[in-house]
Design a protein around this ligand. Structure first.
Ligand code: AMP
Length: 435
């Protein structure tokens, strides 16, 4: 516990320490590689957008817009919001940068922090990170299937075991009638529904399915389902997506009550659920949003995409044992005079991409060796009075606990140093700390 008076991070905001961030880097690198094979380029977006962008795209009566956005008034009185998700920003950028006119079929992926003022718990934070991808300009079932194939390939590649849950949420033709049926159902069951659900039933009945209250959920199990109320075009599209996934051997389960938390989804909607994550078990989700580009002032351009939660992906896949700063060599200056040559030697080695620990002078050799050992170094290069006089540094094999026969010329060129140490490093037995 920090001492009283110490400044701590804000509730729901957390630090990502080296061991975890190394895993994140891998998750991101694999995404860039896998998504690249499917023709995606990376877009980097601002974290702040005009509030209106989210109000217009996510839907006024969604939990995110009503309760969870970090919104503030800027000095020029503009209302700004820390992005709660990135699709709206990608669409804005797609329109603003003229991508829509140069080639409306564009594939973009992104990564970065999102902000939602949710109740923090394990796997749920107020700043969290997503990796996501969007395809614009195609409304055929093939791209939905392609996107889902890519997603499952990516999850396999990072070792995440997740179930793909799939549904179709209809479109502007079939959803209004369904919405009315759902509202009628809710009105007939008002006694069993919470106050939030009363409001949802009137303003945006699809959001009833977002309710986390157990008794409401039980009632909603009996509600009419969108999947049974699709128009012919939506039904055909969904059948085609499923047939392609079946042919490709992509496993999924149908979830007829899956509607996703945001208003802009049409037709294909999906979630990825992992085991062993507790209550917050969705590692990702997405779907089709054919009306969104037009709703944000652009032409009628179709879109489909997904977002994965990086914290949950990392939890679902575990960390790798390898450590980031895998120190191989420690340079140990024994006194102040040894410091400049020690820094020079360490720098030359680091230029050759050796991970070097450079210890402070003035401690006993024993203490320095212990510290080098603790950092996992295999070899220690000792520079003391004798070494300065002879111009040759002693090399200690830390695993064998003895000095290597040939001392190292302090002025040896970087490549020569590297060659010598490479040979010694390879000959040294593997250290337990590396396992
Ligand atoms: P959504 O668009 O809300 O379905 O979010 C997509 C994914 O982002 C989810 O499946 C989660 O993995 C992740 N995610 C969403 N909200 C949070 C949060 N508050 N904390 C951590 N991860 C989140």
């Amino acid at each position: 516990m920090p001492k009283p008076g110490t400044i701590t991070a804000v509730k729901g905001f957390r630090d990502v320490l080296p061991e975890e961030s190394r895993r994140w880097r891998e998750l991101e690198a694999v995404a860039a590689e896998v998504f690249g094979a499917y023709g995606f380029g990376e877009i980097r977006l601002p974290v702040v957008e005009r509030t209106e962008l989210f109000a217009r795209s996510l839907g006024e009566a969604t939990d995110v817009v009503e309760k969870e956005m970090y919104t503030f008034v800027d000095r020029d009185e503009a209302s700004l919001t820390l992005r709660p998700e990135a699709t709206a920003g990608v669409v804005r950028a797609y329109l603003e940068n003229g991508l829509v006119t140069s080639d409306p079929t564009v594939r973009l992926f992104y990564r970065g922090p999102m902000f939602r003022r949710e109740r923090p718990q394990r796997g749920r934070y107020r700043q969290f990170y997503q990796i996501g991808a969007e395809i614009f300009g195609r409304d055929d079932a093939l791209v939905d299937a392609e996107l889902l194939v890519m997603l499952t390939r990516y999850l396999d590649a990072v070792g995440a075991r997740a179930t793909l849950e799939l549904n179709s949420v209809g479109d502007a033709r079939c959803r209004p009638a369904y919405r009315d049926r759902l509202r009628a159902f809710a009105r007939a069951h008002l006694d069993a529904l919470c106050a939030d659900c009363h409001r949802r039933a009137e303003r945006n009945p699809l959001r009833l399915f977002d309710c986390k209250v157990e008794t409401c959920r039980a009632v909603l199990l009996r509600a009419p389902r969108i999947a049974d109320n699709l128009c012919d075009a939506c039904r055909t599209h969904f059948d085609e997506v499923r047939a392609l996934l079946d042919r490709q051997g992509v496993a999924y389960v149908l979830r007829p009550e899956l509607v996703r938390g945001l208003d802009y989804y049409v037709r294909t909607a999906f979630e990825l659920v992992a085991e062993g994550l507790g209550a917050q078990n969705a590692v990702g989700g997405g779907g089709r949003y054919d009306g969104l580009v037009a709703a944000l002032g652009g032409p009628e351009v179709a879109g489909v995409g997904f977002a994965l939660g990086v914290e949950r992906l990392a939890m679902a896949t575990g960390t790798t044992a390898r450590s980031d700063a895998r120190v191989r060599v420690a340079v140990l200056p024994l006194d102040a005079r040894a410091v400049p040559p020690a820094l020079a030697l360490a720098t030359r080695l680091r230029d050759e991409h050796w991970a070097v620990a450079l210890e402070a002078s003035g401690r006993s050799l024993k203490a320095l060796l212990r510290s080098a050992d603790r950092r996992g170094a295999r070899l220690a290069i000792i520079i003391g009075e004798d070494e300065l006089r002879t111009g040759r540094a002693t090399i200690r094999d830390l695993a064998q606990r003895r000095d290597v026969k040939d001392a190292l010329p302090l002025d040896a060129a970087a490549a020569e140093l590297s060659r010598r140490l490479d040979a010694l490093d390879e000959a040294a037995p593997a250290r337990s700390t590396d396992a």
